[in-house]
Design a protein. Structure first.
Length: 263
């Protein structure tokens, strides 16, 4: 069991409730990363489901849970021959923090009938760059859990040269050797810096609603994250991320609605 497996572990205590412990190692300067929190919820949902894989997840982030004990409450809405539908709530100190609707099914790894290609070709890994290590007082512990190597133009905002477009692109893998699985993909779809940074905006950009789809089981190796946005307006922005595996297959897609950075 890897550190990530332990950090997302869900222990069943009755028919509808799982105990979890939210790990402080997935902090983004105070709040915990939304992808990590979804992975915690999905551990409980998949354990309760007759099917193996979370093929569609929609989560609304009502609050920012703190590291420490919490619970996931599951309500199976319907289970058919090929899919099951579950409502899951992450609760801390009796207060709902995140509400999720999850569809589970079992993917077989069959060859696709049709597969698109990435809309952007990444440079070789050796030409990509990493973010500088955060200052200890920043409480950005998430960086230590994963390795991101960025397409250089998409982090030019670090040196005052944003591209002017909401975009972010990087290679991704866990810091501890681990083949990607659906729970790692839940983290990956929310692992990039907010795409509005590249448009010249800064600050904590809290996710309000995030939907992601598991499209295929990923091959071992590096993942490629391609992120972009369509509109920044009235204090809101959207962010879409595609995740491609080392075999060149589209394995996950996400779209989130978030608030423009706050201080």
């Amino acid at each position: 069991m890897t550190k990530f497996d332990e950090a997302t572990q869900a222990i069943r205590i009755d028919e509808t409730t799982y105990d979890v412990c939210l790990d402080p190692g997935y902090s983004i300067g105070g709040p915990l990363n939304g992808g990590y929190l979804m992975a915690v919820v999905l551990r409980a949902v998949v354990d309760d489901s007759p099917f193996e894989h979370p093929v569609s997840t929609t989560s609304q982030f009502h609050r920012s849970p703190a590291p420490g004990p919490a619970q996931v409450r599951v309500e199976r809405l319907k289970a058919g021959r090929t899919a099951a539908f579950t409502r899951a709530t992450l609760v801390q100190d009796g207060v709902p923090q995140i509400e999720s609707l999850v569809t589970t099914a079992t993917l077989t790894g069959a060859d696709p009938v049709y597969s698109d290609k990435p809309g952007h070709v990444m440079p070789p890994l050796e030409e990509c760059v990493k973010l500088p290590n955060p200052k200890p007082e920043s409480n950005m512990t998430l960086n230590a859990q994963m390795e991101l190597s960025f397409d250089p133009p998409t982090i030019a905002w670090l040196n005052g040269g944003p591209t002017g477009r909401p975009e972010s692109r990087a290679y991704f893998r866990m810091a501890e050797p681990q083949d990607p699985d659906p729970f790692v993909l839940a983290l990956a779809v929310d692992a990039l810096p907010p795409v509005v940074f590249s448009a010249g905006l800064r600050g904590w950009a809290p996710t309000v609603d995030l939907t992601w789809h598991l499209r295929a089981l990923p091959a071992p190796g590096l993942l490629t994250l391609i992120g972009g946005g369509r509109l920044i307006s009235d204090g809101w922005f959207d962010e879409e991320v595609e995740v491609w595996d080392s075999a060149g297959r589209l394995v996950a897609q996400s779209r989130q609605l978030a608030r423009v950075g706050r201080g």
